[in-house]
Ligand binder design. Structure first.
Ligand code: ADP
Length: 244
């Protein structure tokens, strides 16, 4: 079963001729079946960390390994191996508006190497059922509410039955009921063995779920605790602790 390992991983960006590190020297191991929240204030490096794990961007230094192999040996193109292993939902919506929900999911199935229409169709219906969205196949993304769109994005991430889910702010802009529904689906998938790595600001849910919590501050891991909850250290509200 896939283990994710980050070894001394650094990702740099350029801004106004200056180069700076969005994440620095990250060492992190995530074992199959873990449920991990990534928290930290805006700009702390959460999205960058998730993109590195999902093979969406390449480390400038260090390496991200999935079962011992580099997740991003090629720049820009996540491999079929990674698309099958990691279901990724980006922070910004990525559904293609001119295509139906079915077509959006079908493209993801094809990108994961599923070429037979019948197999793809079964997976699409199954993924939509898991997130409670069967029946929307012929609709277009613009016809869905925000909550429905996020569920469909999760279904798209599930279409290749990946052992790992990497979810960037999946619960952002959702009301409490929708967040609960989403976390219920994710808990069930995790109970069945799927690894869940999720960046979130939904502190209330982090506190109730009590899972592993990795806290980023200025691109570095400032905390990594099992059964974590939001606390306050050095005046920053986003830090996670195991305190009651
Ligand atoms: P978070 O998800 O915690 O808000 P990000 O990973 O999005 O943090 O960003 C970390 C830092 O890297 C921020 O300063 C952000 O502005 C910068 N950054 C992220 N993506 C890019 C990019 N594509 N180009 C330039 N800077 C970026």
């Amino acid at each position: 079963m896939p283990t994710i390992e980050l070894k001394k991983v650094t990702k740099r960006y350029r801004f106004e001729r200056r180069q700076y590190e969005a994440v620095s020297q990250i060492d992190l191991t995530i074992r199959q079946g873990e449920f991990l929240f990534v928290v930290g204030s805006s700009g702390a490096g959460k999205s960058t960390l998730l993109k590195l794990i999902a093979g969406q961007v390449r480390a400038d230094a260090g390496v991200v390994l999935l079962d011992g192999s580099d997740v991003a040996p090629l720049p820009l193109i996540p491999s079929v191996r990674i698309r099958r292993a990691v279901g990724y939902v980006a922070q910004e919506p990525r559904l293609i508006h001119r295509r139906t929900i079915y077509d959006n999911l079908y493209m993801a199935a094809q990108a994961g190497g599923l070429n037979r229409e019948k197999d793809a169709m079964e997976r699409i219906y199954k993924a939509l059922s898991i997130v409670g969205m069967r029946g929307v196949e012929r609709q277009f993304p613009g016809e869905l509410s925000i909550g429905q769109s996020r569920r469909v994005e999760l279904a798209r991430a599930l279409v290749n039955s990946p052992p790992i889910l990497v979810l960037d702010e999946l619960t952002a802009n959702l009301d409490e009921d929708n967040i609960w529904d989403m976390l219920h689906v994710l808990s069930e998938l995790n109970r069945m063995g799927t690894t869940v790595v999720m960046a979130t600001h939904a502190s209330m849910f982090v506190n109730i779920m009590r899972r592993r919590v990795v806290t980023l501050v200025d691109g570095r891991i400032a905390g990594d605790v099992a059964g974590g909850r939001y606390g306050e250290i050095r005046g920053r509200k986003v830090f996670c602790t195991t305190e009651k």
